[in-house]
Design a binder for this molecule. Structure first.
Ligand code: AMP
Ligand code: MG
Length: 327
């Protein structure tokens, strides 16, 4: 009898095979109109799939809240009404707008979510841009001070009727941070999540840092540099993401709030820090500021490193790369 039990157990074990060892699982998708890539270290494929689904649901949820393209989003409600009345919003949207305004202060207005008061008249796919009259008329609307927040009732109001918010320079970073928080809460210790140019790394890659590439701004197939990173956030803003060229001028998606025209001092800026919420906004803001002012600002901020590629293709790295191996 005992022999039969042992035999049955052996047969079962053979059928089930050895216990699966943890391994890396990958998933690619499109959310928020952008490519999402995830890699997680998980015990089984089933668990990895369930985690990927949870993260995707979270990214969709944030998109529905914060997309200015979706007429039914909470942000679209703000854009429609806040010029004439205070609009109460979800605490999460309130937090993102509040952090965006803080990043405007940090970047001396170079990062400004109401850049879109003019910026919404660009359409890169249709090669459309606002004419000089439109820019002149709406430029005074671009000043983050026109967004008035009320902490008591979580409401947003605009001090001018022609103000328009676009969170495209910060919402992806926020979403990537949320994805990492969700994975951490589920017990994941090693992961990589990216949405467009915003990535976060949780832990490392089997005891070694991840090597994260900075895209060459003029050759999609090439990298301009590779950075060894662990437990870090990294965001790149580039003039090659959404653009059209006309008469030797590149019209792209990062707008200088002072001119209402695409910023042209650099081709790309990469920011490394602790959270994507900040690196996302900062990469956009430093892009507008250019190498000189942008690098001075990056050097003044704690836990921030930056890599600039200027309009001649020259690369500049902040002093943290020279003095120590970044994180
Ligand atoms: P990123 O790729 O993170 O640099 O974000 C670029 C996106 O940020 C654009 O597609 C716009 O949605 C938005 N944006 C453009 N210019 C600005 C600006 N000066 N301040 C804040 N957001 C901006
Ligand atoms: Mg950014």
């Amino acid at each position: 009898m005992a022999a039969m039990k042992i035999f049955a157990c052996m047969a079962l074990c053979l059928l089930a095979g050895p216990l699966p060892a943890a391994q890396w699982y990958k998933h690619d998708d499109t959310v928020m109109g952008t490519a999402v890539h995830m890699e997680i270290w998980a015990e089984t494929e089933l668990r990895s799939r369930s985690l990927f689904q949870k993260v995707l649901a979270e990214l969709h949820r944030i998109d529905v809240l914060m997309s200015h393209y979706k007429p039914q989003s909470e942000l679209s409600g703000v854009n429609r009404l806040a010029g004439s009345q205070a609009v109460k919003v979800n605490p999460e949207l309130f937090t993102v707008v509040k952090h965006a305004l803080h990043m405007s202060v940090v970047t001396h207005g170079a990062f400004d979510i109401i850049y879109a008061s003019v910026g919404r008249f660009y359409d890169y796919r249709l090669k459309r841009k606002p004419n000089a009259d439109t820019i002149e008329r709406l430029l005074p609307a671009i000043d983050y001070h026109h967004v008035v927040l009320n902490e008591q009732d979580h409401s947003v109001r605009f001090s001018r009727p022609d103000v328009y918010i676009d969170l495209g320079g910060i919402a992806k970073g926020y979403a990537v941070d949320r994805a990492i928080a969700l994975l951490q809460a589920a017990g994941v210790h090693h992961a990589y999540v990216s949405a467009g140019g915003d990535s976060r790394i949780l832990g490392d890659k089997q005891g070694r840092p991840w090597l994260v590439g900075i895209q060459h701004p003029r050759d999609r197939k090439k990298l301009a540099a590779s950075l060894p990173l662990r437990d870090a956030a990294i965001s790149t803003s580039g003039d090659y993401e959404r653009f059209f060229d006309e008469n030797d001028v590149r019209y792209h998606h990062i707008i200088d709030p002072r001119t209402g025209i695409s910023a042209n001092r650099v081709r790309s800026v990469t920011v490394i820090g602790k959270a994507c919420f900040t690196t996302d906004a900062l990469s956009t803001g430093l892009f507008v500021l250019g190498v000189e002012k942008g690098m001075a600002l990056a050097e003044s901020l704690p836990d921030i490193e930056a890599v600039f590629i200027d309009r001649f293709g020259r690369l500049y790295a902040s002093s943290g790369f020279v003095n120590k191996t970044p994180r």
